[in-house]
Design a protein around this ligand. Structure first.
Ligand code: OSB
Ligand code: MG
Length: 390
């Protein structure tokens, strides 16, 4: 199938979070993102970007995503056939970095193509058709005290979440994790995520977690430091999972070859879209490493993409793809995602990702919208390509 994009609609939304989310790098009280709507032949495909207001998790921000999409990525897609999976990623491949911006478009194009083919996205990605329910855990931000953490964790376990991911940072680690282990016993599935807050010099503090039998320790060290992750991996018993460090399939290769990683957290938004995410999945699988689907507090649109990619066979550990009500009083999709009694989320039936924003909710949460007509997009990344605000 040959397909050219007619227009792209950028919807900047902000939705209050039910409770603030604190990581080692900051606290978020609202979820904001660009919802990317790609329109061709009268049909819309939907994607979502995972950048934040501030460049703390990665270099990208809402402003950099907007700028990259408008001035560098859309000029590479104008007049180009993106009808086959991978076409869009290839057309944008020479642009360095800006992976979150690329992902917004790439996800929307995959959704569009799956809708046009009248197939669920999971099938188009090569997922397992029988994998309809995805086991999920919950990511818990840094809490004011170990006691408060145990209270919050207990309520999530009560709801049915299958594993707990506890955010940690130096000084708020061992006591918190120990309280959780003591409260829920040796069989509770517990892991920790440091979001790069430690250095190799902190090895003793991380070795002190060994006896807690954590499933894994996510991203303890700097995102570009495979060598120190390898040293740390040799010095502690807890398996090492990489999140921020893996920005591409080539990063996955480097980390695996160096012996710096046991498990990979796959986020389609961090990796530039489904094409690269699948390549990371394939590389990890070939090397015998398990993967799982991370999250960035996505709205229902990004969450649906995450569920579809989780049907690939290498996703063997519970993901961070929690139900809508773990984050928001109101999602942009209606109905929202529910947690099934068995601790799973159901992959929406197709076509495409199987969900679209509810127009009333989109209008309620949208702060800014802009339509970009592909006929007016300049070639060659000229700045300030035209757009019309709506
Ligand atoms: O490191 O996985 C992370 C949220 C924002 C930024 C980084 C991370 C996270 C999460 C939340 O852990 C996972 C989720 O529930 O979406
Ligand atoms: Mg993480």
């Amino acid at each position: 199938m040959r397909i050219e994009i007619d227009e792209v609609r950028l919807h900047f939304v902000e939705i209050p979070l039910k409770t603030p989310f604190q990581t080692s790098f900051g606290t978020e009280t609202a979820k904001s993102c660009w919802l990317v709507e790609v329109v061709a032949e009268g049909l819309s495909g939907w994607g979502e970007t995972v950048a934040s207001v501030e460049p703390l998790y990665s270099e990208e921000t809402h402003a950099s995503v907007y700028y990259a999409i408008k001035n560098h990525l859309l000029p590479r897609l104008a007049g180009v056939d993106v009808g086959q999976p991978g076409d869009a990623a290839r057309a944008m491949a020479d642009v360095r970095g800006n992976r979150m911006a690329k992902a917004g478009l790439e996800l929307a194009i995959w959704d569009w193509a799956a809708r046009a083919a009248n197939r669920p996205l999971a099938h188009m990605l090569g997922g397992d058709a029988d994998k309809r329910e995805i086991p999920v855990g919950v990511s818990i931000g840094i809490q004011p005290s170990p006691g408060e953490l145990v209270r919050v964790a207990a309520s999530y376990l009560e709801e049915g979440y299958r594993r707990l991911k506890i955010k940690i940072k130096p000084g708020q680690d061992r006591r918190y994790l120990e309280a959780v282990r003591d409260a829920f016993g040796p069989s509770a599935a517990v892991m920790a995520d440091a979001n790069s807050a430690y250095r190799l010099a902190d090895t003793e503090a991380l070795r002190a977690l060994d006896d807690l039998d954590l499933m894994m320790l996510e991203q303890p060290l700097a995102e570009d430091d495979y060598v120190d992750h390898r040293h740390l991996r040799g010095a502690i018993r807890t398996p090492i999972c990489l999140d921020e460090s893996i920005r591409s399939a080539d990063d996955a290769r480097r980390a695996i070859e160096l012996g710096a990683v046991d498990i990979i957290n796959i986020k389609v938004g961090r990796l530039g879209g489904h094409t690269e995410a699948r390549a990371v999945h394939d590389r990890a699988r070939a090397a015998g490493l398990p993967v799982w689907c991370g999250g960035m507090l996505e709205t229902g649109i990004g969450r649906a993409h995450n569920l579809h990619v989780s049907t690939l066979p290498g996703f063997v550990l519970p993901g961070d793809t929690s139900a809508s009500d773990r984050y928001f009083a109101d999602d942009v999709i209606d109905p929202p995602f529910h947690l099934n009694a068995n601790g799973t989320l159901t992959v929406p039936a197709g076509p495409g990702i199987g969900v679209v924003p509810d127009p009333r909710r989109l209008a309620r949460y949208r702060q800014y919208g802009e339509v970009l007509d592909m006929a007016n997009i300049g070639k060659g990344g000229r700045p300030h390509a035209g757009g019309t605000a709506f």
